[in-house]
Design a protein around this ligand. Structure first.
Ligand code: F0G
Length: 373
């Protein structure tokens, strides 16, 4: 067994990178595909539900898959600095991979609207954190303007190399299941990840996709097909930040799921192509549903994802109950980020399960016995 060294080396022949490009990696990828055992039964749904726990990547989100490729290419092209706008996870990944590459990172984040753990990550990795008095969409616009003149490479998902890395999540799922699932559910913010997954599934099936408009250059990916079909792609947005459900950009997006607090997705057209080609759909979820599912998953399966990530499962469960997803289907939900990044959202609900007792055996025993039932 050789040492696992990340998605670029694992899928080098499927990456449009120059052979001589040195991989900037932190060993991202190979995340577990966990079959839910308790939750479907408790919820009364009959389906094979798997969660792809992307929160177990090096910086705790799926962004690492994209960032390793984007930073590798940026360094190969001679960039000394990268820049992104972010709701938190991209900034954490950009900061870490820039540190690894020995280059500078500049991250624009909406002031007061990113989870504390993500802010700490950007800081600890030495990025310059620019807090803007505005939202992600404002930040994205500014990044595009600034990069016109400043010598910085954009590493948001408008950078095509990002999607090339993120497509590998679909490769891993196909390898683990031996086929594509019937449905793939995931949260949608800037809409890059749903596009990346679709590209990955399309490559796995050796099928063309209009989403390859996102490719860096003419790249023939049709020679890799190992499975016959692709899943239907289902994307969920938070109700207060659901431009795909409103049919146009949302000016002041709001949601507790700050990772997907985005009103003007950059991969708008690509995501709608995915919608059409895969015969999937978009839907929206209330914050309360998202948080309840985050808790349910943590309490019944031992998997702690962040709120945005829980929207994939919340949506899948609802669609299963409403038979939009037929019983007996195989469903994969991407859990995009780690719950530990955003402790505030759990703690502000009050600390359930905390008990204070004197530091003596009898008191501790009583506390246990009362709860063992
Ligand atoms: N889930 C999490 C945890 C995210 O951080 C993001 C996006 C998404 C889902 C949505 O993915 O944008 O590809 O549709 N976060 C970006 C960021 C915007 O800046 O970290 P998408």
């Amino acid at each position: 067994m050789s040492r696992y060294t990340g998605i670029i080396e694992a899928y080098r022949n499927r990456m449009p990178l120059a052979p001589g490009a040195r991989a900037i990696s932190l060993g991202e990828g190979r995340t577990p595909l966990i079959r839910l055992e308790n939750l479907p039964r408790l919820e009364g749904v009959e389906a094979e539900i798997y969660v792809k726990f992307e929160g177990l990547n090096p910086t705790g989100s799926f962004k690492d898959r994209g960032m390793t490729v984007a930073v590798t290419q940026a360094v190969y092209e001679g960039s000394r600095a990268i820049i992104c706008a972010s709701t938190g996870n991209t900034s954490a990944a950009a900061a870490a991979y820039a540190a690894r590459a020995g280059i500078k990172a500049f991250v624009l984040i909406p002031e007061g609207k990113i989870a504390l753990g993500k802010l700490a990550q950007a800081v600890v990795h030495g990025a310059t954190v620019v807090q803007i008095r505005g939202n992600f969409d404002d930040g994205m616009q500014l990044v595009k303007e600034v990069a016109e003149t400043a010598p910085v490479a954009i590493v948001n998902s408008i950078n095509p190399y990002r999607l090339q890395g993120q497509k590998t999540a679909a490769f891993e799922i196909v390898e683990a299941l031996g086929r594509a699932p019937d449905f793939h559910c995931l949260p949608v913010g800037n809409a890059g990840n749903i596009t990346a997954h679709w590209i990955g599934y399309s490559e796995s099936a050796g099928l063309e996709t209009a989403a390859c408009a996102a490719y860096p250059d003419s790249w023939d990916f049709t020679g890799f097909g190992s499975v016959r079909k692709r899943p239907r792609m289902v994307g969920y947005q938070a109700a207060g930040s659901a431009p795909f459900l409103r049919g146009g950009p949302v000016k002041n997006p709001e949601t507790v799921a700050t990772a997907i607090r985005i009103g003007n997705p950059q991969s708008w057209d690509l995501a709608w192509k995915v919608h059409e080609e895969s015969q999937g759909w978009f839907d929206e979820l209330e914050d309360a549903e998202i948080l309840a599912t985050q808790r349910l998953l943590a309490e019944t399966e031992g998997v702690f994802c962040e709120p945005a990530s829980a929207s994939s499962l919340a949506g899948a469960l609802r669609d299963l109950k409403q038979c939009k997803i037929p019983a007996g289907s195989t469903v994969v939900c991407t859990l995009t980020g780690n719950g530990m990044k955003d402790p505030d959202v759990i703690l502000k609900d009050g600390l359930t399960g905390l008990v204070q007792v004197d530091a003596e055996r009898g008191a501790v025993e009583r506390a246990l016995l009362e709860r063992l039932g």
